[in-house]
Design a protein around this ligand. Structure first.
Ligand code: PEP
Ligand code: MG
Length: 747
C-alpha cells in the first residue's frame, strides 16, 4: 500500500462521518462530499451520479465539472464511461478517457479537459445506486491502492444513501425504497393478493459504516467470525446424519468461514476506515455482483452460501435477530430470494401471497404454494433488495406481476379486479351443489387434485365430487427423511376420513425428473424428464413401493380403495405393479389385516406409447387417467419446465385433440373409465373441448371447479364437437379461434 494511503483514507472516512452527523440537507451534503473526496484523492474532479430511475443516471454533485451540468447531465445505463461502470458493476480506470471504449462527450460538463478517469460503482448488496467518479487533467492511471480507497468510499456512500443522507428535491434524490415499482416475474400460482411485505430474511440495517476505532473493529470482526465458526461447527455436528444436500451447504459454510482470503479482505477494509459491518457488506456486495454474472449453477449456489453466511455474520455483529423484532403483519406477503417447502409449510395459510426472487414453477415450494392455493410469483428480479418489511404490496399471480408501494390508481384498479373475482366466486358458490350436466345432457364428473391434508377442506368448498388425483409424493418431498410406514398409514387414514366416503385416487410415489427426494441418492441424468422416474423407480425399488401399498391398504381398513400408478409407458409395467398389489394383499391377509371393501387399480397415461398399447391392456386396467402435463410435453417434445418452450404449443391444437379423441375411443371399446388430471382440465375452454372430445371426468385444482362448471352448464357439447370437426376439416392448427368465436357469439 502506498505510504499514507491508509491514513489518508481513514481521515477521509472520518470527515465523511462528520458529514453524516451534520444537519445538512441532501444536496448540500453531496456537494461537500465531492469536495472532500477530490481534495483527499488529489484529483481535480469528483462527481457523484445517482440513479433517477431504473435506467437513467443523473449527475447529482460535482467538484471540478461545470456546476450548470448538475441535475442536467443524464445518461442511460451502459451509455458513456459512467453508464458502463453502472451496467457492468465494475471499475473503469483509464489514463485517456476520450479514447476509451464507450466514451461519450457531454459538452455541458466541460470534462474534455480531463484525461484520466476512474469510476467505481456505488452499490449495496446487489442494488445499483450510482457511480462515483474522479478525474484529473494529467494522463495517468490510478493506482490499485487509490481504486481500493475509492471503493471503500463508494461503500460508505451506498450506506449513507440507504440511511437517507442524500434525500432532497428531484427524482434522483428521492428517498430509496419509497418509490412505487412494478416488477414482473413468472406466474406460478394464480390468484390476487394485497398485503404487506414480510421478508423471510430481513435486511440488516448498518447504522455505522465508518469505524471510529479500527483496532476495536478488528477485534469485533475476529470475535464475530469466531462465533460464526463455532455456530457452523455446531450445526454440522447436529446434522451429521442428516441429508447430504444440507451437509454440503454446511461444509461450504465452514469452508468460507475459515477462508483466509475472505477474512483478509475484510481486515483490509477495516484498516481503510470501514466498520466491521460495512466491511462484511462490502464483500457481500461484491459476491452478489459476481453471482449475477455466474451462470454455472454449482458456483451460483456456492456464492449464495457465502451470501447466507455474510447475513449470519451481520446478524451477529449488529445483534439483529432473524425476526428483527417485527411482528408478522395481519396480511403478510412473503418476500424471499428462495424458500424451502418446510419453511413455507410453517407459515402455512397465514400467508396471503408469495413473491420469490428465484424459485421456479416446478420447485417444491411452488408445489406447496399451489396446494395451499396461495398466489405465487417467481423470478421477480430485485424484489429482495427493493422491498422493505411492511411495504404495501399487490401480487397478481395470474399475470406474474408485483406492485410494490403502489400508487393509488394502481391500488384501485387492482381492488376492482379482486372484487370482480370475488363476485364470480359468489356465483360459483351458488352452483356448488348443482350436478354438472351440459345443455345436451352430458354428465361430467368434476373432481379435484390434492397432495396435502391442507387441501382436503376444499372438497366441501369447491363442490368437487371426489379427489381425482392425490399426489402422494408431496409428503415425501417436504421431509428430510423417508417417512415411516406407520406415519403414512395415519396420513392416508386422515385423507380418507376427511373425504367422507367420496372417492380418492391415490397416486403412488411419482418422483424423479423435477421431483427429487433430498434423502435419496441423487442420480445425475442427462434428461431427467425422460429418465428414472415414477413407476420406473417404483419397480426398481420394490421395498418403497410395497411399503406404500401396505400403508394404503391398512389406511383403507375395510373401506373402498383406489390406487393409480404414474407414468406407465407400456402394459407390462402396469402388470408388474398390479402383481405387487396382489402380493401385498395376500401378505396383509396373512397378517390378519382387514382388506379394502373394493379395490381399483389404474394407470396414468402420460406417454403417447400407452395410447397404442394392445387392447388387452385396456381390458385389464380398472381405469385410465390422462396426465396431460406430461402427455403434452412428450406429444410436442416441449419441456414443461422450460420457459422458452412450455407455452409454445396449444392444448387445443387439432393434432393433440385428435390424439385425446383416439384415447377416448380406445377406452370406450373396453368400457374402461377415463379421466384427465393435468392442469388443462382446470382451464374452462380447454375443459370444454376435452369434454367435447368425450372426456367425462376432469380432475383439477379446487379453485378451477367453479369456473369450469359454470361454462359447462351453459354449453352444448355436440355443438362444440361440430366446431372442432369443422376447424379440423378446414385444416386449422388450433381450434381455439373457432371455439372462442363461438363462445363470444353465445354471449
Ligand atoms: C400430469 O403429468 O399431468 C400429472 C397430473 O402429473 P404431475 O403434474 O404430477 O406430473
Ligand atoms: Mg405427470
Amino acid at each position: 500500500m502506498v505510504d499514507g494511503t491508509e491514513t489518508e483514507s481513514r481521515k477521509l472516512l472520518g470527515r465523511l462521518r462528520e458529514e453524516m452527523a451534520s444537519e445538512a440537507a441532501g444536496q448540500e451534503r453531496l456537494d461537500r462530499i465531492t469536495h472532500l473526496i477530490a481534495d483527499s484523492i488529489r484529483a481535480e474532479v469528483c462527481s457523484i451520479y445517482l440513479f433517477r430511475d431504473e435506467e437513467t443516471l443523473e449527475l447529482c454533485a460535482t467538484e471540478g465539472l461545470s456546476p450548470e451540468a448538475v441535475h442536467k447531465t443524464r445518461m442511460r445505463m451502459g451509455e458513456g464511461l459512467v453508464g458502463r461502470v453502472a451496467k457492468s458493476g465494475k471499475v473503469v480506470n483509464t489514463a485517456d478517457a476520450p479514447s476509451a471504449k464507450g466514451f461519450r462527450y457531454m459538452p455541458e460538463t466541460g470534462e474534455e479537459r480531463f484525461s484520466s478517469f476512474l469510476g467505481v460503482p456505488v452499490q449495496r448488496l446487489g442494488e445499483k445506486l450510482g457511480v462515483l467518479v474522479v478525474q484529473s487533467r494529467e494522463a495517468r492511471k490510478f493506482s490499485a491502492d487509490e481504486i481500493y480507497a475509492l471503493e471503500v468510499v463508494a461503500m460508505v456512500l451506498a450506506e449513507m444513501a440507504e440511511l437517507g443522507a442524500f434525500v432532497g428535491e428531484g427524482a434522483a434524490l428521492s428517498p430509496l425504497h419509497q418509490q412505487s415499482v412494478q416488477l414482473t416475474g413468472g406466474p406460478a400460482q394464480e390468484g390476487s393478493a394485497e398485503g404487506h411485505v414480510w421478508l423471510h430474511e430481513p435486511r440488516v440495517v448498518v447504522t455505522n459504516p465508518i469505524a471510529e476505532d479500527p483496532h476495536r473493529e478488528q477485534e469485533r470482526l475476529t470475535e464475530a467470525v469466531e462465533e460464526l465458526r463455532v455456530g457452523v461447527d455446531k450445526m454440522l455436528e447436529i446434522s451429521r446424519d442428516g441429508d447430504t444436500e444440507q451437509l454440503q451447504v454446511l461444509e461450504a459454510y465452514r469452508m468460507f468461514a475459515n477462508s483466509k482470503g475472505w477474512m483478509r479482505r475484510m481486515e483490509e477494509d477495516i484498516a481503510l476506515g470501514l466498520s466491521a459491518e460495512a466491511a462484511v457488506e462490502k464483500e457481500q456486495s461484491q459476491a452478489r455482483a459476481r453471482m449475477s454474472q455466474v451462470t454455472d449453477p454449482y458456483l451460483r449456489e456456492r456464492l449464495a452460501d457465502l451470501d447466507d453466511l455474510s447475513n449470519r455474520l451481520l446478524r451477529i455483529l449488529t445483534g439483529q435477530g432473524n425476526a428483527n423484532g417485527a411482528d408478522l403483519p395481519p396480511d403478510p406477503i412473503l418476500v424471499a430470494r428462495n424458500i424451502g417447502p418446510g419453511d413455507l409449510l410453517e407459515y402455512g395459510r397465514s400467508l396471503k401471497g408469495i413473491v420469490l426472487e428465484e424459485g421456479s414453477v416446478g420447485s417444491h415450494a411452488t408445489i406447496v404454494a399451489r396446494a395451499l392455493a396461495i398466489p405465487l410469483v417467481v423470478h421477480v428480479g430485485r424484489i429482495t433488495t427493493e422491498a422493505l418489511n411492511g411495504d404495501h404490496i399487490l401480487v397478481d399471480g395470474d399475470n406474474g406481476v408485483v406492485h410494490l408501494r403502489p400508487e393509488d390508481t394502481v391500488v384501485s384498479a387492482f381492488r376492482d379486479k379482486v372484487a370482480m373475482q370475488a363476485k364470480a366466486q359468489e356465483r360459483y358458490a351458488s352452483i356448488r351443489e348443482t350436478p354438472t350436466v351440459t345443455r345436451d345432457g352430458a354428465r361430467i364428473n368434476l373432481v379435484m387434485n390434492a397432495g396435502l391434508m391442507a387441501d382436503l377442506p376444499s372438497l366441501g368448498h369447491s363442490g368437487a365430487e371426489g379427489v381425482g388425483l392425490f399426489r402422494t409424493e408431496l409428503q415425501f418431498l417436504i421431509r428430510n427423511q423417508m417417512p415411516k410406514r406407520s406415519e403414512l398409514v395415519s396420513q392416508y387414514q386422515r385423507v380418507l376420513d376427511a373425504a367422507g366416503g367420496k372417492r380418492v385416487v391415490f397416486r403412488t410415489l411419482d418422483i424423479g425428473s423435477d421431483k427429487v427426494l433430498p434423502y435419496m441418492k441423487h442420480v445425475a441424468e442427462p434428461n431427467p424428464a425422460l429418465g428414472w422416474r415414477a413407476i420406473r423407480v417404483g419397480l426398481d425399488k420394490r421395498g418403497v413401493m410395497r411399503m406404500q401399498l401396505q400403508a394404503l391398504l391398512r389406511a383403507a381398513n375395510g373401506r373402498p380403495l383406489t390406487i393409480m400408478f404414474p407414468f406407465v409407458a407400456q402394459a407390462e409395467e402396469y402388470r408388474e405393479a398390479r402383481w405387487e398389489v396382489n402380493k401385498t394383499i395376500e401378505r396383509e391377509k396373512r397378517l390378519g389385516h382387514v382388506l379394502p371393501e373394493t379395490l381399483e387399480v389404474g394407470a396414468m397415461l402420460e406417454t403417447p406409447s400407452l395410447a397404442f398399447a394392445p387392447q388387452k391392456f385396456f381390458d385389464e386396467v380398472d381405469f385410465v387417467s390422462i396426465g396431460g402435463n406430461d402427455l403434452k410435453q412428450f406429444f410436442f417434445a416441449a419441456d414443461r419446465e422450460n420457459e422458452l418452450v412450455r407455452r409454445r404449443y396449444d392444448t387445443l391444437n387439432v393434432s393433440f385433440l385428435t390424439f385425446i379423441e383416439r384415447i377416448v375411443e380406445r377406452c370406450s371399446t373396453s368400457d374402461t373409465p377415463l379421466s384427465f388430471c393435468g392442469e388443462d382440465a382446470g382451464r374452462p375452454v380447454e375443459a370444454l373441448c376435452l369434454a367435447a372430445m368425450g372426456m367425462r371426468t376432469l380432475s383439477m385444482r379446487p379453485a378451477s371447479i367453479g369456473p369450469v362448471k359454470s361454462l359447462l352448464l351453459r354449453s352444448d357439447l355436440l355443438a362444440v364437437r361440430k366446431i372442432i370437426a369443422d376447424a379440423r376439416h378446414r385444416g386449422e392448427q388450433s381450434v381455439r379461434p373457432a371455439v372462442m368465436e363461438w363462445l363470444r357469439s353465445q354471449g
